[in-house]
Design a protein around this ligand. Structure first.
Ligand SMILES: O=C(O)[C@@H](CO)OP(=O)(O)O
Ligand SMILES: [Mg+2]
Length: 438
């Protein structure tokens, strides 16, 4: 039995220049596990609280209270605990904070601690983290299919474009390296198109281009053009994935696309998105309606759920109960897994298992505020979740995660890349099925 000797929280800085929480877990045998809390910008209202100090210093974003949680009650409770019992560790965190959204300790304090314990436990067994996760949760590991952002919008790019993430997936690739190669070509083709039209404003929070489009649909048209310019046939090996992040432009049951100066109700939004599904090779769509529009989500899923992957992010906030309720209501067919939305590893796994039970897909995801921490590459692989969403190129906090997948792929061996299997039930998957791929 290996026990926790000490826990130490320090202030570090994330990719947006905001302070965040890093936790070191030191074991009685001297081994150390470390993790850093990420932070979202387009947050669901029901996710674990990212505890910030308020006041004028650091624009109210300091994390000294969250660090006090780590170095005070959390460190005291964890000392002497068995590091391999992740569930007991996470239960102890919940016992210290029984509030709905971890507002006592701070979700940033709990997530960094919970993940750091997971790392320490892996170090204790001498296994890479992905293998520890696979063994702990009895999963078959596989290298995930990435969703990589080409254009950033919404809360990640000054709300210049209303829709948040315009991404591509390469489900027809046979390895992770091939995905990166194809995506890199498309990324630069997209940049060239923007530059030649005078529409490039730099890169957004997750590394995708920050475009100055005149409509949201212009992003889709340009994305298709970029795919073609890179020598690919849209819908063949390469497909499109969107995060609408509709809660960000929803107000009192109405949706306002500021870029186009248009306002609509839920059914008009569903109609508009349905038109896009018809006109562009979109295989996955996240938060098509707002977190407060369950009828809209069920309606969207009823109409398009047999063609595309419909992911709940703000809508489900990595919460097992919300997944169960949504599945019963026929809303969504996949969940985004963000460990800091739940606040602990165990609650995130519960959500993943609830999604599996419902026959849903799962996408492990980064936040828009990130760091060099690569835990999610290991989680996605160890669980065999199928997909990983991390943002784009030109930002090293994203590249750290993509590159970690390349290293893991070497350890796990050829044939460990899951490819487009998780898209089997979409129009793309059915097309592959008719070609005899599965
Ligand atoms: O909405 C999302 O899926 C994430 C990542 O793109 O953004 P944020 O971390 O800002 O919530
Ligand atoms: Mg999202």
């Amino acid at each position: 039995m290996t026990t926790i000797k000490s826990i130490y929280g320090r202030r570090v800085w994330d990719s947006r220049g905001n302070p965040t929480v890093e936790v070191d877990v030191t074991l009685d045998n001297g081994l150390v596990g470390r993790a850093i809390a990420p932070a979202g910008a387009s947050r669901g209202s029901r996710e674990a609280i990212d505890l910030r100090d308020g006041g004028v210093a650091l624009r109210g974003k300091n994390v000294m209270q969250a660090l006090d949680s780590v170095n005070g009650p959390i460190a005291a409770a964890m000392r002497g605990m068995e590091v391999q019992d992740q569930q007991a560790i996470d239960n102890a965190l919940l016992a210290l904070d029984s509030s709905s959204f971890k507002e006592v300790l701070g979700g940033n304090a709990t997530v960094a601690t919970s993940l750091a314990v997971l790392h320490a436990a892996a170090a204790d067994t001498g296994k890479p983290l992905w293998r520890h996760v696979a063994d702990l949760y009895n999963c078959t590991p596989s290298i995930p299919l990435p969703e990589i952002q080409i254009f950033g919008g919404g809360a990640h790019a000054g709300r210049r474009v209303d829709i948040q993430d315009f991404m591509i997936m390469v489900p027809g690739a046979s390895s992770f390296d091939e995905v990166m190669e194809v995506t890199s070509e498309i990324y630069f083709a997209a940049g060239d198109i923007l530059a030649s039209r005078g529409k490039a404003a730099g890169v957004a929070d997750e590394g995708g281009w920050w475009p100055m489009f005149d409509s949201n649909e212009e992003a889709l048209e340009t994305l298709v053009l970029a795919i073609e310019k890179a020598g690919e046939k849209p819908g063949d090996r390469v497909v499109i994935s969107l995060d609408i992040a509709a809660s960000e432009f929803a107000k009192k049951g109405r949706y306002r696309l500021a870029l186009e100066d248009r306002e609509m109700d839920s059914s008009a939004l569903i109609e508009m998105l349905g038109g896009w599904l018809n006109d562009y090779p979109i295989v996955s769509i996240e938060d098509p309606v707002s977190e407060d529009d369950p009828e809209g989500m069920a309606e969207f899923t009823r109409r398009f759920g047999d063609q595309v992957q419909i992911i709940g992010d703000d809508y489900l906030v990595t919460n097992a109960t919300l997944v169960e309720e949504a599945a019963a209501a026929g809303a969504c067919n996949a969940v985004l897994i963000k460990v800091n939305q739940a606040g602990t590893v165990s609650e995130s796994i519960d959500t993943y298992l609830a999604a599996q039970k419902a026959g849903w897909g799962a996408v492990v995801s980064a936040r828009s505020g990130e760091s060099e921490d690569t835990s999610i590459s290991h989680l996605a692989t160890g669980l065999g979740a199928g997909q990983l969403k991390v943002g784009s190129f030109q930002r090293s906090e994203r590249m750290a995660k993509w590159n970690e997948c390349l290293r893991i792929q070497e350890q796990l061996g050829a044939g460990s890349f899951v490819g487009g299997a998780s898209l089997r039930r979409t129009w793309w998957g059915k097309q592959q099925g008719s070609k005899g791929v599965w």
